[in-house]
Design a protein around this ligand. Structure first.
Ligand code: NVA
Length: 302
């Protein structure tokens, strides 16, 4: 039973498949109102376009009401202790959707919460993005099993959540990053436990993994909160840009993915987001449907 989504690692195969299937049903026009007369609070410590938009619209479509707090407003952990913020919101609302910095912040928030909590991005995790991504891959390829998902860039929140969802569903996850930006060992251990016939490869050599890529995925080299490291990262990631000629060397039917916003000219070549092989805007749209599936799934378990 899934009552919260703090990290994607909480999801088993059944959870992932059912959330995506519910998302697909909403996308094809199903109407359902599990949030009727309920209120969701979005509490964001970092900026957002897709996440805010998709949750605000999704909650409304599910019959509920959404209230958004921007990064300047609440000061969770500064102006007021995390557990007090969580307790107050629990007493009035029905669902918390939190975007913040460290994973421990959302864990502390969850400890004090008596209503479901959804992680809308932390430094460590971006589980809702991973749900939209596996939904998008399924739409384009029918299935994730045995597909080669090649991630080029930082072993960050997006890579961490995606790698788990892909390997859990039987896909191969291959990531190329500069050595100091590899996925952490805890994640690698988890991924290895997800493997049966499928593989996980972590390397600094793009050549080793590009040839049979069904998906080439990238994300920014400097995530929100890492702005001070930007100059160093630009140097460290030299040679890891996703370009049109790199896509030419992958499978004939390769698709390009990016969670957005992109930094064109850094992790991705200028203009490549609009390439015929790009499915980045399908990914964006699927944030809405996958999250509606997630909320419906959580509330039907209650
Ligand atoms: N890795 C990026 C994802 C943005 C949606 C960040 O955390 O800033």
């Amino acid at each position: 039973m899934l009552n919260n989504l703090i990290t994607i690692n909480q999801c088993n195969v059944k959870d992932l498949k059912e959330i995506i299937s519910l998302g697909r049903r909403f996308k094809s026009g199903q109407k359902k109102e599990p949030l009727r007369n309920k209120t969701a609070v979005l509490l964001f410590d970092k900026p957002s376009l897709r996440t805010k938009l998709s949750f605000m619209i999704g909650v409304k479509k599910l019959g509920g009401n959404a209230i958004y707090f921007s990064p300047e407003e609440v000061g969770m952990g500064n102006r007021e202790p995390i557990k007090d913020v969580s307790t107050v919101i629990s007493k009035m609302a029905d669902l918390s959707i939190i975007r913040t910095f460290g994973q421990t912040i959302i864990e502390e928030y969850l400890d004090a919460s008596s209503i479901p909590v959804i992680n809308a991005l932390t430094n460590e995790q971006h589980p809702c993005q991973a749900l939209a991504d596996i939904m998008t891959i399924t739409e384009h390829f029918g299935d994730i099993e045995n597909k080669n998902i090649v991630f080029i860039g930082d072993g960050n929140n997006v890579a961490r959540s995606l790698s788990y969802a892909v390997t859990k569903l039987g896909g191969n996850f291959k990531i190329a990053s500069p050595k100091n930006y590899f996925l952490d060992s805890k994640t690698v251990n988890l991924l290895n436990r997800n493997l049966s016939q499928n593989t996980f490869i972590q390397t600094s050599d793009i050549e080793q993994i590009i040839e049979d890529a069904d998906i080439v995925y990238t994300d920014v080299w400097t995530s929100m909160g890492q702005e001070k490291e930007n100059n160093k990262r630009l140097l460290d990631f030299k040679g890891f840009q996703v370009t049109s000629s790199l896509l030419d060397r992958a499978s004939d039917n390769v698709k390009l993915m990016h969670d957005l916003p992109a930094h064109p000219g850094e992790e991705i070549e200028e203009g490549l987001l609009y390439d015929r092989r790009s499915i980045v805007f399908d990914q964006s749209e699927n944030r809405l449907w996958a999250q509606m599936g997630l909320i419906d799934y959580i509330f039907s378990n209650m």
